[in-house]
Design a protein around this ligand. Structure first.
Ligand code: C2E
Ligand code: MG
Ligand code: MG
Ligand code: MG
Length: 284
């Protein structure tokens, strides 16, 4: 009887699973083609000083302009790009593009300190043995100072690093490149391990910011993260600021930097150039 039931289930679920597998294979092939055809573009989200409203730089966020006309957000293709290793090639393209663009903006909009660019780095990319050399090459080609490049690595990736990767992070740091932990607070990290990494900035995950006003828990976690960062001389960036209430609370908590729809959504390079022209004086 159980067997019959099992077979029945199999018959029901097999086509669905096959559909999922097919869709994934299709996406993988599509991604390969898209990389060859350069269907990607980089959008830029301002990172601003919460006290003065001054724009300090941008986070580079990749988008896929599919041949069908649809623009895919990274959540829909980064996981497959990571599983297939295609993230390496895509990641190099994003890094090159973003560094090139910030170099142009640094000349067009002189700023003290110069505008910085945050680029997301996947855990898969950290495993590339030539990572350090290629980043050095990109900095040289684009002529931006190393301290203007901030690499974002998620908390969960940082915790999975092996010693070779940790050594490389230290070498990146020695070059002057800055390291940020992205989505901080979500990785269930033992905070005690944090000091093993040469981290400059903690980015407070959006889930905590969005809880401001809803309950006290978000605020308490943010307070803890700010205290931790201060004690280690790290900067703080709050992600996903959407309301004036959140902004006000984050200022009170001592968050110096932030990004979110309240200031600007990620925009293409043309719109970002316009924003730079008017200096995004959104904060009152
Ligand atoms: P992330 O690095 O944490 O980037 C922040 C995400 O939050 C972005 O989503 C951004 O559009 C979104 N966001 C910013 N402000 C707000 C807000 O006020 N409200 C809301 N609801 N969302 C906000 P996006 O662009 O869809 O990127 C999602 C994730 O994909 C990124 O999260 C990052 O982990 C990954 N990603 C994006 N570009 C790249 C890339 O070039 N390489 C790698 N490896 N990962 C990338
Ligand atoms: Mg990020
Ligand atoms: Mg983040
Ligand atoms: Mg996030």
């Amino acid at each position: 009887h159980a067997k019959a039931q099992g077979r029945g289930r199999y018959e029901v679920f097999a086509p669905a699973m096959q559909t999922v597998a097919m869709a994934r294979l299709q996406l993988e092939n599509d991604l390969r083609r898209a990389i060859a055809l350069q269907e990607f573009c980089v959008h830029y989200q301002p990172i601003v000083s919460l006290s003065t409203g001054q724009l300090s730089g941008f986070e580079a966020l990749v988008r896929w302009h599919h041949a069908s006309g649809i623009i895919y957000p990274p959540a829909e293709f980064i996981p497959v790009a990571e599983e297939t290793g295609l993230i390496n090639e895509l990641g190099w393209w994003v890094l090159q593009e973003a560094c090139h663009q910030i170099g142009i903006w640094q000349q067009q909009f002189p700023h003290t300190p110069p505008l910085a660019i945050n680029v997301n780095l996947s855990g898969v990319q950290l495993k590339q043995v030539n990572l350090l050399n290629r980043i050095e090459d990109i900095l040289q080609e684009t002529g931006i100072p190393s301290y203007c490049l901030k690499l974002e690595i998620t908390e969960s990736c940082i915790l999975e690093t092996v010693s070779r990767e940790e050594k490389m992070l230290k070498q990146l740091k020695a070059l002057g490149i800055q390291l940020c932990i992205d989505d901080f607070g979500t990785g269930y990290s033992s905070l005690s391990r944090l000091h093993e990494f040469p981290i400059d900035t903690l980015k407070i995950d959006r889930s905590f910011v969005s809880r401001i006003g809803a309950d006290n828990c978000g605020v308490e976690i943010i307070q803890t993260i700010v205290t931790l960062a201060r004690s280690r001389g790290m900067d703080i960036v709050a992600e996903g600021i959407e309301t004036p209430t959140q902004l006000q609370k984050l200022r009170e908590l001592g968050c110096e930097l932030g990004q979110g729809y309240l200031f600007s959504k990620p925009v293409d390079s043309e719109k970002a150039t316009e924003l730079l022209g008017i200096k995004v004086g959104v904060v009152s």
